[in-house]
Write a protein that binds this ligand. Structure first.
Ligand SMILES: Cc1ncc(COP(=O)(O)O)c(C=O)c1O
Length: 364
């Protein structure tokens, strides 16, 4: 692929910062290396000494001074090298992208760590003509994936795969990712640890063709320098302790929880909303999408009426490219609520919808 046609002027003009290059070099050097480069603060002055993190399974992550020095120090813009290695092996195991075997110029699979997957998605600003040459894929539409990939291939488009709920798929086999189909090197995939390990850590990663990931890394160099090394080490230590098997075992526990929650919400929806809304039972994630019958826009219903009755949803227009457009949809999360709360919430929603349909006033 000709990647240069996707890269905007600002990104194309970026050169690696010599300071960042030296930081990378120093990080990979033997202890005998004497560095008089870089404005690296002396860690002996940092007030933090060691960290012990207790895990729910009873084990501990111990950050001795050696790890602490690295976790509290400037780090590589692409990500902590050991974490990158772990992630590369893992992506190959999970998605087996054809690009893993390509040469760098042909779009070899590469990875960089981002401050959550949202940050990775924001870094797509390195790409030129976003509205016309990039397909942003927000949800898995498994049966349409081969078709979409073919269209992207025929029209030479990039695909941005925004997939933080990949590990919350309730049934096996999991839907294939676009990354796994990427024979051309045209997919940039945004992954996240938010839904599986913790959202506050702000650790995600981008996987894509090397020529584009390199541009993203230059963007990181010129913006935040790197994702917090401390939180990267929190993830790394855990992943090293668990291994791939342990991580996937944890994923199964998370899936089990959300699947039960989904069942509870569907039960509550069946009880209260059958006459006033439509939905598909979710196959993944933490949300039930409702299409409200007889109402063209749910905004007032959600933001005023439901709020008054102390129940929160997200109106569908929040997910539209043009949020001024009316939307009959609303999103209900089954992540937090108990069965009783879901039941009460949908009972209230059903009453509000009926009232709104009767008065016929639900437009913005
Ligand atoms: C579809 C989608 N993409 C991206 C994100 C951002 O996730 P992260 O916490 O990894 O930045 C979210 C968060 O809820 C999301 O729902």
């Amino acid at each position: 692929m000709n990647y240069s046609r996707f890269i905007n002027i600002v990104s194309a003009a970026r050169q690696p910062s010599p300071i960042r290059v030296l930081t990378d070099l120093y990080q990979r050097s033997p202890p005998s290396m004497i560095s008089l480069a870089g404005g690296v603060p002396n860690p002996s002055l940092f007030p933090y000494e060691t960290t012990t993190i207790s895990l729910k399974d009873g084990s501990k992550l111990d950050f001795g001074w050696n790890i602490m020095q690295q976790a509290l120090q400037y780090s590589s813009s692409a990500g902590v090298p050991e974490l990158l290695n772990w992630l590369k092996e893992f992506q190959i195991k999970i998605h087996n992208p054809p690009t893993a075997r390509y040469s760098p110029e042909k779009g070899q699979m590469d990875i960089c760590v981002t401050t959550g997957s949202q940050d990775g998605l924001a870094k797509k600003t390195v790409i030129e003509q976003l509205s016309t040459d990039v397909l942003a894929i927000f949800f898995h539409i498994a049966f349409m994936m081969h078709m979409i990939f073919q269209i992207a291939h025929d029209y030479d488009l990039l695909i941005i795969e925004d997939d933080p709920y990949y590990f919350l798929q309730f049934e096996k086999p999991w839907a294939p990712s676009f990354l796994s189909l990427d024979i051309d090197g045209r997919v940039i995939r945004a992954d996240s640890f938010s839904k599986i390990l913790s959202a506050g850590l702000r650790v995600g990663f981008l996987t894509g063709p090397k020529p584009l990931i390199e541009r993203v890394i230059l963007h990181i160099q010129s913006s935040c320098l790197h994702t917090s090394a401390f939180t990267q080490f929190m993830v790394l230590q855990l992943l090293q302790q668990w291994g791939q098997h342990g991580f996937l075992k944890h994923v199964e526990c998370v899936i089990e929880f959300y699947k039960k929650q989904k069942d509870l919400m569907v039960t509550a929806a069946n009880k209260w909303l059958k006459d006033v809304a439509e939905w598909h039972e979710p196959a993944a994630g933490m949300f039930l999408w409702l299409k409200v019958k007889g109402i063209s826009d749910t905004y007032r219903l959600v933001m005023e009426k439901a709020l008054e009755k102390e129940v929160l949803f997200v109106p569908g227009n929040a997910f539209s490219i043009d949020s001024s457009q009316p939307s009959p949809y609303l999103r209900a999360s089954f992540s937090f609520a108990s069965a009783e709360q879901m039941d009460l919430a949908f009972q209230r929603l059903a009453a509000l919808i009926k009232e709104a349909v009767q008065t016929g006033r639900e437009t913005r």
